[in-house]
Design a protein around this ligand. Structure first.
Ligand SMILES: C[S@@+](CC[C@H](N)C(=O)[O-])C[C@H]1O[C@@H](n2cnc3c(N)ncnc32)[C@H](O)[C@@H]1O
Length: 667
């Protein structure tokens, strides 16, 4: 049966699903959001998670410029600078094909499926395919992935034609200049050189400065300026080469600077200061009347297409609102991408589209894709999620307010705020993220009390099945909070390649929360996804790999049940995070089809699901899951890409499995 080595590469990370500006923004993280993370941007959207950029703002080691007497303005000074006027154009216009850009008072510009279109876009339709203006590997991956195509050495070898693969060594080559970036081939290095040339020199200067700042300091000083600064610098250097027309959509991206308070601006000011330092701009208004230095700095900024330090800060604010988490084909966050056209997408917690990188975020043309995941009718707005859709209402609201500075008024959020009583003869719809088990163990759900939203109506809940009231006192809020903290710690462990520590961190919270809430509950679903990732990584290296794979499979069953809860109202069929979770489960089932057949001895789940019997029963269950996953992958990553790279791995797994099954049948 299939090996689990391939699975190990497929980290089913949280945040997948937000690929947004900010989702894949950085998650949306997801699939990709202008960070989306669901890995995201989402504007850092595209996937459901918080953008790499945002996380980086808080937790970076000291930078050399902080100690330097040649410092740019301090972050606090930067934050006081007056906001520049928005350069965004105001009219509606045809973006391309069937897509229109329109502006509304409430949410600015956004993309619509043109009312003149003769037909709807169905799930799996690629709405937009663009090459990001820049895509930059995050600092955590600089040593392990190619800076241009984002592949690991093994992935690069696998991608070679079979005849060529024998001759290559599975190692990345380090740039001998900066000693920071790595490449999988001379071709990738050559292709990256026009942009890396300036970056290479800047990295060398930065590392030297870091080394001298580190002398005598106890704190760690980073030897490179961080993902956001590298991305912003590349954008400015590319702009110098490609010209004003290429940069115009970047400068037209929305800046929320005018809405930010000084606390929100300070981390962005730090990035602006570090960016200036990295690019060799030294500007010290406090050193006036040092006119010479000041005007030299102005000239350097002008050469980069920026009129002033205030505009530099605006540029960073635009990036924070509009960058996407650049995710792998299976939604693992790898870096950030800036794609101004896709960053025009607005947010909804009930998205009808997702930002994904079906073949990874590397140099490939059209690598960032906006794909419809539900039917979109002519004249309908195209909306992605900037947040992780498994987050509860309060958490989504907090992320959107802090990072994107707006309050969502989608149908899901309205429902959460209103807590509407059921219409006569109909049961109230209960958000599966906010549900708890009935304390009478009848199998019914009770709404959790909403936390963190003072505008929401108070909740008086009773069981959906037996009508019993919620137990008093309700202890779930505390368990949820510990779960959130465990998740944060575990994700950091995974980022630093410590899956065992991540797994140890997660088990208790999963046990406690799975006793009180269904698998769709917040933050249980995210905890289980993180734990599954840790276990898959551990299974590849540990002696007890069979046990780990069994537990990862049990978690997979719970994750898929959680994602399909409430008829897919949260994760609809063809949502990338759901499709990838199904593919992972299918592969786990067939990888472990020869397992020892033991049922849960030490599961972290309070009521572990029964695993199909090892052997034929498990293989057939895996096959059924892979078939379903494949259908959803076509919808999630685009029918034109045949479900992207994950679709291809599922087809190949099915082929091998069918060959094995027919051999068995012939015996
Ligand atoms: C990535 S930009 C999206 C494009 C943006 N509307 C524009 O005009 O360029 C993200 C910003 O758009 C606005 N936005 C996005 N979705 C929204 C929504 N559902 N309601 C209100 N504002 C929204 C917020 O100001 C947010 O910070």
């Amino acid at each position: 049966m299939a090996s689990f080595q391939a699975l190990k590469q497929q980290r089913a990370r949280r945040g997948a699903g937000a690929a947004s500006a900010g989702q894949a923004r950085a998650a949306p993280a997801p699939a990709a959001t202008p960070a989306p993370a669901d890995a995201a941007p989402q504007p850092a959207c595209a996937s459901e998670e918080a953008p790499v950029a945002a996380q980086e703002l808080v937790a970076e080691p000291d930078a050399p410029e902080a100690a330097s007497t040649q410092a740019f303005e301090s972050a606090a000074t930067m934050a006081q600078l007056p906001a520049c006027g928005s350069r965004a154009e105001s009219t509606s216009y045809r973006l391309r094909g069937e897509l229109e850009v329109r502006r509304t008072e409430a949410s600015g510009r956004s993309i619509w499926w043109a009312p003149t279109s003769v037909k709807s876009a169905t799930a799996g339709t690629t709405l937009l395919a663009v090459s990001p203006h820049v895509a930059v590997l995050s600092s955590a991956h600089l040593d392990s992935r190619c800076a241009l195509c984002f592949k690991t050495a093994d992935e690069a070898i696998e991608a070679l034609p079979h005849t060529a693969s024998g001759s290559s060594s599975p190692r990345l080559q380090r740039c001998s200049g900066c000693r920071t970036l790595h490449y999988c081939s001379a071709a990738c290095q050559r292709a990256d050189w026009p942009l890396h040339r300036q970056e290479c020199a800047a990295l060398v200067a930065y590392a030297a400065s870091a080394a001298s700042s580190a002398k005598g300091q106890t704190q760690r000083v980073a030897s490179e300026p961080g993902t956001s600064v590298r991305a912003l610098a590349r954008l400015l250097w590319a702009g110098q080469k490609k010209g004003a027309d290429w940069m115009e959509p970047v400068h037209n991206m929305q800046s929320n600077r005018g809405k930010m308070d000084s606390q929100q601006l300070e981390p962005l000011g730090t990035i602006a200061a570090r960016l200036a330092f990295f690019m060799g701009v030294t500007l010290r208004p406090d050193a006036e009347p040092d006119e010479e230095r000041s005007s030299a700095a102005r000239a350097r900024l002008a050469a980069l297409g920026l009129a002033s330090s205030a505009q530099l800060l605006d540029f960073v604010c635009q990036y924070a609102t509009n960058s996407f988490t650049a995710a792998s084909s299976d939604l693992s966050p790898l870096g950030v991408a800036v794609a101004p056209e896709a960053a025009l997408l607005n947010h909804s917690c009930v998205p009808n589209a997702c930002v994904v990188f079906p073949f990874g975020p590397g140099a490939r043309e059209g690598s960032l894709r906006v794909v419809a995941i539900r039917e979109i009718k002519p004249g309908e707005e195209i909306l992605t999620s900037y947040v992780d859709l498994s987050d509860c209402y309060a958490k989504r609201r907090q992320t959107l307010a802090e990072r994107y500075l707006f309050a969502c008024s989608c149908a899901m959020c309205k429902h959460a705020r209103r807590r509407a009583p059921p219409k006569a003869g109909r049961a109230a719809w209960l958000d599966p993220r906010e549900a708890q088990w009935c304390s009478r163990a009848c199998g019914g759900w009770i709404a959790s009390p909403l936390t963190g939203d003072e505008t929401a109506a108070p909740v008086s809940a009773s069981c959906s099945k037996c009508g019993a009231p919620r137990a008093q006192p309700d202890t779930s809020a505390q368990a949820r909070q510990s779960g959130e903290q465990a998740l944060e710690r575990a994700e950091r462990f995974l980022d630093t390649n410590e899956p065992e520590a991540a797994w140890q961190t997660l088990q208790r919270s999963i046990r406690v929360l799975s006793a009180v809430m269904p698998p769709s509950g917040y933050p249980l679903l995210a905890l289980m996804r993180c734990a599954q990732t840790a276990l898959i990584e551990l299974a590849g290296s540990s002696d007890a790999s069979e046990e780990k794979l069994d537990e990862a499979t049990r978690l997979g069953l719970a994750i898929c049940a959680g994602m399909q809860a409430a008829g897919g109202a949260v994760f609809c069929a063809a949502h990338p995070a759901r499709a990838v979770a199904m593919a992972t489960l299918g592969k786990l089932l067939i990888a472990d089809a020869q397992g020892d057949g033991s049922q849960a001895q030490h599961s972290c789940l309070a009521s572990p699901p029964r695993l199909p019997q090892a052997g034929m029963e498990r293989a057939l269950a895996g096959r059924a899951m892979l078939v379903q996953a494949h259908e959803e992958l076509l919808g999630a990553f685009g029918r034109d890409t045949q479900g992207g790279a994950v679709g291809a791995t599922v087809r190949s797994a099915l082929q091998s499995l069918d060959a094995e099954l027919s051999l068995l049948a012939a015996r």
